[in-house]
Write a protein that binds this ligand. Structure first.
Ligand code: VG1
Ligand code: CO
Length: 547
């Protein structure tokens, strides 16, 4: 009989979840009691005043396979047993993509789940680790919950854990830990079945059979086994369609961020005459996607708009959409589709947790973020492979190239020319100073270059479903012609600060749609840099990453 031990501990400062969970260096997480304190703070916060409400419940646990994943999972299972959970469901090998975790939490109606991931951040002993709690609806904990977890972490005095040997995470089936059942399950099966229920698999299979070619870059992260099963085994794409398909603890030394900079293997594969028709990549935990055609890059904002406009080609969305939601910094391209369809367009702060209430209330069907996140009401997370399959479904039905579909979309709706400039690893004080400076500007009615300012503000959001208010969600400078620049500090980094600058301009003239966004946006980019005094305040003359 395993015995429950109460371990005395003292709080760590800074256990405050950011845009998506708590992310820190492995060295921080592996300090004695650090992970345990946070997990106990989660259990205490979701377990009600007495903490007892977790008793008898089921918890889902899994992660993106990065370094420290297995160690953390062993500790969490033993703590779940110590806190009275009846059952823990854990993905085999500790593997569970973020959208698959959301799928499993919903399907088996569990008391939420714990996902171990730092998403697109690099992994390995000197890199990042992360942890987040998802609520029973399957989505990331809303701010009220993350704030309660943080508050609890600041006063925590002990945690409960069962002393027992490690569980075998690689053996499917049930094991026991004291009174608790540990069920190791296939992390792919439920998710793959859900995908098959949403998309026209026969049409996609026929396309592959007819010679349609694609490459999927799993970036040595969690989606490898999912992509091999779905694309190669179920849809009949040739072996080798999935690149970098084996999850590695350090992602092969790479940065598992599906953008033009980090997914360079894929970009190379999609360049030139002999290139495949379609390319896609996903991130560390499988919730992001980048989509490419042959010699053609689709911005995430456009991807959401195109998928929304073509959604009824997919069996799971044949009835039409209830609404489209996007994060504030995402371009307004999806809003134009919503207007045409006569459905609402919602604008939320950055972070998937803000879409949950809209999806639960049936106010939105599709959602997306400019940061390579697209998803729908099928789960409560953004979903990388889902987006890839929706594109495949659209391509298989329309039988046109990615470039032709997107260019025709621009012709119909106009193009929201868009780019994001990231300044990574800047001094945190300088970053705060820059944001304070921007917050203090009164620009309404002024001219900046060729643009007249309609208004500037710090974006605040009142959730239309539950009325909760979130402030300081990004500085907007909006011009009279609808162009805008937006400034935010990242809430997912672990070193210094990252400034994100989002630039957007609407171009109705299709003769100009082929222009490179950096050229088409050059004047706005300069306005943004000057306004924020980026060089003077950060010493940077150029962004680190442009997407
Ligand atoms: C970034 C993105 C945001 C996304 C978040 C989590 O946050 O900008 O849109 O929801 O990452 O994605 P930030 O605060 O660094 O800008 V993931 O795939 O890292 O869970
Ligand atoms: Co991610």
């Amino acid at each position: 009989m395993a015995s429950v031990k109460t371990v005395v501990t003292t709080p760590f400062s800074g256990q405050k979840p950011g845009t998506s969970g708590l992310r820190k260096k492995v060295a921080v997480f592996s300090q004695p009691h650090y992970l345990e304190n946070f997990v106990q703070a989660v259990f205490d916060s979701i377990g009600g005043e007495t903490g007892g409400e977790v008793a008898g419940k089921t918890l889902v646990v899994g992660g993106d396979g990065r370094y420290y994943n297995r160690t953390a999972i062993q500790a969490i299972i033993k703590m779940a047993a110590g806190n009275g959970f009846a059952k823990v469901m854990v993905g085999r090998g500790g593997i569970l993509s973020t959208p698959a975790a959301s799928c499993v939490i919903r399907k088996y109606k569990t008391f939420g789940g714990i996902i171990l991931s730092a998403s697109h951040n690099p992994g390995g002993p000197t890199e990042d680790f992360g942890i987040k709690y998802n609520i029973p609806a399957g989505g990331p904990a809303p701010e009220a919950v993350t704030e309660a977890i943080h508050a609890r972490s600041q006063v925590i005095g002990s945690y409960k854990i069962v002393e027992a040997p490690d569980l075998d995470l690689d053996k499917l089936g049930e094991q026991r830990l004291g009174d608790m059942v540990v069920q190791v399950f296939d992390p792919v099966a439920d998710y793959a079945a859900l995908m098959e229920s949403l998309f026209d698999f026969p049409a996609i299979r026929a396309a592959f059979k007819g010679g349609f070619r694609m490459k999927f870059d799993a970036m040595h992260a969690v989606t490898g086994p999912y992509a091999v099963e779905i694309l190669e085994n179920r849809l009949g794409a040739p072996k080798g369609t999935v690149m970098n398909g084996v999850p590695l603890e350090d992602f092969g030394g790479g940065h598992p961020d599906p953008n033009l900079v980090h997914a360079h293997d894929l970009v190379e594969a999609l360049t030139g005459d002999g290139a495949p028709d379609f390319g896609a990549a996903s991130d560390g935990d499988g919730d992001r996607n980048m989509v490419l055609g042959r010699d053609f890059y689709v911005t995430p904002s456009d991807s959401l708009a195109v998928l929304a406009a073509n959604a009824t080609l997919c069996p799971g969305y044949a009835q039409g959409l209830k609404g489209i939601a996007r994060s504030m910094p995402t371009s307004a391209a999806p809003d134009r589709v919503a207007a045409k369809l006569g459905i609402p367009a919602w604008e939320t702060p950055t972070g998937w947790k803000f879409f949950g209430t809209l999806l639960d209330a049936g106010k939105a069907t599709l959602c997306g973020e400019e940061s390579f996140g697209t998803g729908s009401d099928h789960v409560r997370e953004k979903d990388g492979l889902w987006a890839v399959l929706m594109w495949l479904n659209v391509l298989a039905r329309r039988k046109e190239s990615v470039a032709d579909i997107v260019t025709a979309h621009w012709k119909e709706y106009g193009r929201n020319v868009y780019s994001r400039h990231d300044y990574e690893g800047i001094d945190a004080k300088a970053a705060d100073g820059l944001m304070e400076h921007l917050r203090g500007l009164a620009l309404k009615g002024k001219r900046l270059g060729a643009y007249a300012v309609a208004f500037n503000d710090d974006f605040a959001y009142t959730d239309p479903v539950d009325g909760s208010v979130s402030t300081k969600q990004g500085i907007r400078v909006v011009f009279e012609d609808g162009s805008r620049v937006v400034f935010r500090l990242s809430g997912t980094g672990t070193e210094g600060a990252t400034l994100r600058v989002y630039i957007e301009r609407y171009e109705p003239d299709s003769a100009k749609h082929h222009l490179d966004p950096q050229t088409a946006l050059a004047d706005l980019i300069k306005i943004a840099r000057d306004l924020a005094e980026i060089e003077a305040r950060t010493g940077r003359t150029e962004p680190t990453v442009i997407t």
